[in-house]
Design a protein around this ligand. Structure first.
Ligand code: DX5
Ligand code: ZN
Length: 218
């Protein structure tokens, strides 16, 4: 059964506390916070203060996706009491091993994300140093985009690479996940579906979560 991480980028910002409770009741497994700087991506979104404000509203884990140019400079804004996983973009890291080790030293789990135009090879050297590999299905910056071609193949490759190294690192897919794309992604080896639009803009979020949860891997 895939883990469903609800991406708050698509939630109603006028009532985020209610949105978090609504998604938890519907069966989501974690929350995904995209933090954007208007520099690495052409958009601004979410901040550590959102973690603080929303932490009392749910017991589910918070996953932070740093879509910003200088992750090394902001890591100390995060605490394990708030976020249990920090995901950094491979192409923002001058020294990936150092950043990943720092996240873990701060008491959190470390994830690495690859943009649609980055090959799996960009992450290969770090597979034994991460707790999650995130394959972006869209160029980061906005929700509601269509999934880029090649996403499925990259997940298949990642699954094979992790298997051949006997690593149990979960694979997450983020961006463009919807009822049409999800079945193939799960079959290809995605363990975690990060979903914004197709959850928060669904007519019934509980039905949407149940549909995604019913997908089986091969
Ligand atoms: C894109 C973000 C995604 C986004 C996915 O920059 O990393 O987490 O919220 O949104 P949907 O599910 O709408 O494609
Ligand atoms: Zn994200």
């Amino acid at each position: 059964m895939p883990h469903i991480s609800a991406s708050l980028l698509a939630a109603n910002y006028a009532c985020l506390g209610q949105e978090v409770r609504r998604a938890e009741r519907a069966g989501a497994d974690s929350f995904h916070f995209d933090m954007m700087d208007g520099h690495y991506v052409p958009n601004l979104a979410l901040a550590p203060d959102h973690l603080t404000a929303l932490r009392p509203h749910t017991r589910l884990p918070f996953h932070v996706h740093l879509e910003l140019s200088n992750p090394d400079e902001v890591l100390d804004k995060f605490q394990p009491m708030q976020a249990d996983l920090i995901i950094v973009c491979r192409d923002t890291l001058p020294a990936p091993s150092r950043t990943l080790a720092r996240i873990r030293a701060l008491g959190m789990r470390a994830g690495l994300s690859l943009n649609p135009d980055e090959p799996l090879d960009a992450a290969r050297d770090y597979l034994s140093e991460i707790d999650l590999l995130l394959i972006l299905g869209v160029f980061p910056g906005f929700g509601g985009q269509l999934m880029q071609p090649g996403t499925l193949e990259k997940i298949t490759q990642a699954r094979q690479a992790l298997r051949s190294l006997s690593l149990g690192v979960p694979i997450a897919v983020d961006g463009g996940v919807n009822p049409q794309t999800a079945p193939g992604l799960v079959k290809a080896g995605a363990d975690i579906l990060i979903i914004g639009t197709a959850l928060f803009r669904a007519s019934r979020i509980s039905r949407a979560v149940a549909q995604f949860k019913a997908l089986a891997s091969t």
